[in-house]
Design a protein around this ligand. Sequence first.
Ligand code: PRP
Ligand code: URA
Length: 214
Amino acid sequence: MAAARFPNLTILDHPLIQHKLTLLRGKGKSTRDFKQLVNEIAMLMAYEVTKDLPTEEVPIETPLERTTGRQVAGKKLALVPILRAGLGMVEGITQLIPSARVGHIGLYRDHESLQPVSYYFKVPLGGEARDFIVLDPMLATGGSASAAITKLKEAGARRLRLLSLVAAPEGVERMLEDHPDVPVFVAALDRELNDSGYILPGLGDAGDRLFGTR
Ligand code: PRP
Ligand code: URA
């Protein structure tokens, strides 16, 4: 059903991802456990999100003979967390892809208007030839992710994907309207947004839960 409505969306429903997401939603989680679960889920999701990266043949010498193998081709992948909460996903993914470059986009959502306010932008160069994975645990109205991707495109990025843990239908719709060329990967598509722009059932304020700020 979601696939028909949102051709840009892939829901990663691997049992381990779903199990850990359910634990993450629980309101009693400590900051430490919340952070660890976010990293673990991000790592599992990254495996799927990168499954169509281009590879190339390379020669390799085993202890017994020369042969060929395959390696990921092209420029090093770039992870681009949206500050702050996206930072919580970086460590897990870099355990899987240690050579990944990391850019940072600083955006926060104004509590009244829900509009994204930009405060920092620093990403690896080589835009057109590099794959970028934008990281943000929450895709709510979609304003922050859309603004981050617009900035990356302005800087030359062309091969982009968005990786979020939980999305609201409104956020996926916004991505489809603003950036139909960018695939969106999530662990769950939740029901709706409340009047304050929080995802229901969601998992609360991801930044505050990750960094223990509330
Ligand atoms: C949260 C979240 C996303 C954004 C999603 O960030 O981490 O970046 O809201 O909402 P949207 O889809 O409606 O834009 P927040 O502004 O709370 O900043 P933080 O990560 O610094 O806590
Ligand atoms: N940002 C969050 O951290 N949580 C939500 O539910 C929506 C936006």
